[in-house]
Ligand binder design. Structure first.
Ligand code: NAD
Length: 472
């Protein structure tokens, strides 16, 4: 049994005042593998005070000092990779191909921030003025369960690069992963109060952060609904806010695409992180004149995926993170059938042979219209919809007809043309014939996919505010 009964404040592991204990569930079989004591509002307030007290000295540090601290953070997190991998497998259930990346990414992303920081222009001339980039103050960093360690390290490294101190509120469903990262960060030797970690509920610990007058900035990754609540409470004290929220991303397959390879890539884009990914390409747009051919290719590609034990090497789709998420995905699959979509693969229930664990069948619908709920809502599971279009103009209209705008994928033989099409889609990231992640580029969404951008120099700027000093 894993018993976690501390949080991290001002350089120390301390017992929270909060007395709620949460079961830690292994999604691969639904068993209870431990429990964690959660932080409450008072704990969050103590953490905020520690970060607030540490801010003036930290904001005054030189860039070289912060680079050294980030190097220490990198080395420490890198050394915890194997331990983190074990925690991800156990607590989150990502299949090994994904969990290996999730375990190495937290260190890699710190390295990317260091590279950006080395060239970041903290002072620039603008006419007669010198524009200085000034750290905002205490930053509240709030993370989701679908890549908790990666988001903690990315947000923290960026805040540190900018000279902000932080209070981290990780997902309450990722306590084992947070524990590994907290210990690694403790060993990194950052000054006391620069980072504090309060794992607790969103409506208590999280709410304390998003309402505190001592917090100047919120960097949040999570659902659009929580993002909206945070935006409202942050308005009261004029916090600067970066929100990375949900998506319902289109994969637009052009008429000249090769069916088999396009289908492979489209399904990979849809099933990334077992479908529990904000960037998942869940609406697959195909030309109506080749619909039958694409249906066949996409069905074949879906059937190559295996939903099962994340520890087995041929598993590509792991369990959903918890029962609530499993129920949600089941509801949407049933709704798809009720709405008149045609099931090509998968369906409700667990895959054959699996009685326990939060496994779902990799599912593909066709005859989906963009008005259907399954085409509009973020399902956050491996459930894909094929939507047919008559011509390119209609395809672009459908791609843009969404409340979201996080990511888009365009697949076609003629790359220049695919790019022309992609540049008409309103999304924070548009990928042309690739799923490659570019860490130097900004990440974030249009519309309800969020506000602001993370990554690259845009990410550092989001923790700073310009001050123009004009000389006579
Ligand atoms: P969630 O919104 O339920 O929770 C995210 C975090 O916010 C958790 O730590 C939670 O405790 C906290 N929280 C909830 N309500 C809060 C409040 N009122 N005040 C302060 N904190 C609060 O999301 P989730 O279920 O953990 O994650 C899944 C969602 O995250 C999906 O919608 C997904 O699209 C989104 N996501 C977005 C990105 C992105 O970069 N755009 C990346 C990953 C996940």
């Amino acid at each position: 049994m894993h018993i976690i009964e501390h949080i991290y404040i001002n350089g120390n592991f301390v017992t929270p005042e909060g007395d709620e204990w949460l079961d830690i569930i292994k999604p691969a079989d639904g068993s209870v593998i431990g429990k964690a004591r959660l932080a409450n509002r008072c704990d969050a307030e103590r953490a905020i005070s520690a970060a607030h007290a540490a801010f003036p000295a930290f904001a005054a540090t030189r860039v070289e000092t912060r680079i050294t601290l980030l190097e220490q953070m990198y080395a420490s997190v890198k050394a915890a990779e194997a331990e983190l991998h074990a925690a991800i497998l156990l607590e989150y259930g990502a299949p090994s191909s994904r969990s290996r990346w999730m375990a190495s990414y937290p260190a890699d992303v710190i390295r990317h921030v260091i590279e950006e920081l080395k060239n970041y222009p903290f002072s620039q001339q603008a006419g007669r003025a010198i524009v200085q980039m000034v750290p905002l103050g205490v930053a509240g960093l709030i993370t989701p369960w679908n890549s908790n360690a990666g988001f903690i390290c990315h947000k923290l490294a960026t805040a540190v690069a900018a000279g902000c101190t932080t209070v981290i509120k990780p997902s309450e469903y990722s306590v084992l992963q947070t524990e590994v990262i907290a210990r690694a960060l403790h060993r990194a030797g950052l000054p006391d109060g620069v980072f504090n970690i309060v794992t607790g509920r969103g409506d208590t610990a999280g709410h304390a952060i998003s309402t505190s007058p001592k917090v100047a900035k919120i960097s949040f990754t999570g659902s659009t609904a929580s993002g909206k609540a945070i935006l409202r409470s942050a308005a009261e004290t004029f916090k600067r806010v970066t929100l990375e929220l949900g998506g319902k991303s289109p994969t637009l397959i052009l008429p000249d695409a090769d069916a088999a390879s396009a289908a492979e890539m489209a399904v990979q884009a849809g099933f990334i992180n077992s479908g529990q990914a904000c960037i998942a390409g869940t609406r697959i747009l195909v030309p109506v004149q080749r619909k039958a051919e694409f249906e066949q290719a996409l069905t074949a590609a879906v059937k190559k995926h295996r939903s099962g034990d994340p520890a087995e090497p041929d598993t590509t789709v792991g369990p959903m993170v918890n029962e609530k998420q499993w129920q949600r995905v089941q509801r949407y699959i049933a709704l798809g059938e009720e709405e008149g979509a045609r099931l090509l693969a998968g369906g409700t229930g667990r895959p054959e042979g699996l009685q326990a664990g939060w496994y779902v069948k990799p599912t593909l619908f066709s005859d989906v219209t963009n008005r259907m709920q399954i085409a509009r809502d973020e399902i956050f599971g491996p459930v894909l919809s094929i939507i047919a279009y008559h011509d390119e103009a209609e395809a672009i209209t459908i791609a843009n007809d969404t409340d979201y705008g996080l990511s888009a994928l365009v697949i076609g033989q003629d790359e220049a043309h695919a790019r022309q099409v992609g540049e008409q889609i309103l999304a924070g990231r548009v990928m042309i014939n690739t799923l490659a992640h570019e860490p130097r580029a900004p990440f974030g969404g249009f519309r309800r996919s969020g506000i602001g951008r993370e990554m690259g120099h845009w990410g550092i700027s989001a923790f700073l505010e310009p001050r123009a000093v004009t000389l006579a």
